[in-house]
Design a protein around this ligand. Sequence first.
Ligand code: ZN
Ligand code: ZN
Length: 442
Amino acid sequence: MHETLSGLVLSVFVVPATVLSDSSLSSNGVSEIPKKLLSFAQNPQVFDWMVGIRRKIHANPELGYEEFETSELIRAELDQMSIEYKHPVGVTGVVGFITQKPPFVAIRADMDALTMQEMVEWVHKSKNAGKMHACGHDAHVAMLLGAAKILKEHEHDLQGTVVLVFQPAEEGGAGAKKMIAGGALEYVSAIFGLHVANQVPIAEVASRPGPFLAGAVFFEATISGKGGHAALPHHEVDQILAASNVIVSLQHLVSREADPLDSQVITVGKFQGGDAFNVIPDSVKIGGTFRAFTTESLMQLKQRIKQVITGQASVHRCLATVNFFEDEKPLSPPTINHKDLHEHFRNVAGDMLGFEKVKDHQRWMGSEDFAYYQEAIPGYFSFLGMADDALGPLPMPHSPYFHINEDALPYGAALHASFAARYLLEFQQEVPLPEREHHDEL
Ligand SMILES: [Zn+2]
Ligand SMILES: [Zn+2]
């Protein structure tokens, strides 16, 4: 594959010496595009503008499918840059286009916040009680707009179209699925996504080919018995004890039934039942999530979780129902990076940051709905470093103390822009053209 690609780069393109057409590529195989785009993104004006956008979104976090003001802000910025877009796609989503000629490559940001209270005291703290950008999606939007800005300024050099995908509801709402249904990937040959990472050093990136992040499913069970006096359990049917045994038995699915080399997790994070010390309640709710790196393993877990909950409940004379939220929180597939795009990622990031700053990352049990795009077309997802010893340790995502290192923004913007621009430059001859287009228009 790589021989084919480099062959194409060396032989097919005769391009002017402009920013995105990178004439240096043909002489020594090293592209100047990523470094040039990084210097544009590090321009103090561009940096301050991105920081301003990020802080504005941070102070006004909106949950999945409610990102109305965030979406409006994005569209206002696209209008300012004279970038055309489609809206709404997937309720609040926006799809922008830089140029309108084939081939098409997409870069993606998610827009939603989490249901949690920010505990960081700073001037741009969340103004919306109980909502917080604790995963960095505010930074993702700012970086994608940053990429849009630097690409738009050089659009005459672009060898195709960069599609800007601003999606809603990444946090369990399957916003990516709705974006695809809304046509966000129409004609698109490949897609790239970045996530800020608190444990990867600043000016570094990390990822891996093949399975990278786990797939995830959520579940909730209601276990019903017969409530009554705590001192007279022989007259009642105790679901607290039944649910406790259910939880213990669920852990055996991973430790005793799964292949030890096939990483899986089941976590029960919710256990609700009873209000009094001396009352056996009528019903108990438990809920949680399970993770695995193949859809088959997720399906196997799903089937066994249902059997264990209902079977273990009946051992205790209780009844149980299990909800897997197929509609509200559909299965998020494993994030599987396209193997051929891994080399592209390494080359582009390596040319920008130095190859020693492009790290292999181990598989991670967190999940990402970017996986939906990867089910539809080749896609590549990577972590963007934020850690800086001078700042001390950064909290984990989804922590109420989460904060980001804004110095990562120019790297994210330039990487997005470079992944896309270089893809168009290197892969365009391999990309099947949309039927309505004609080859001779190129
Ligand atoms: Zn998250
Ligand atoms: Zn996230």
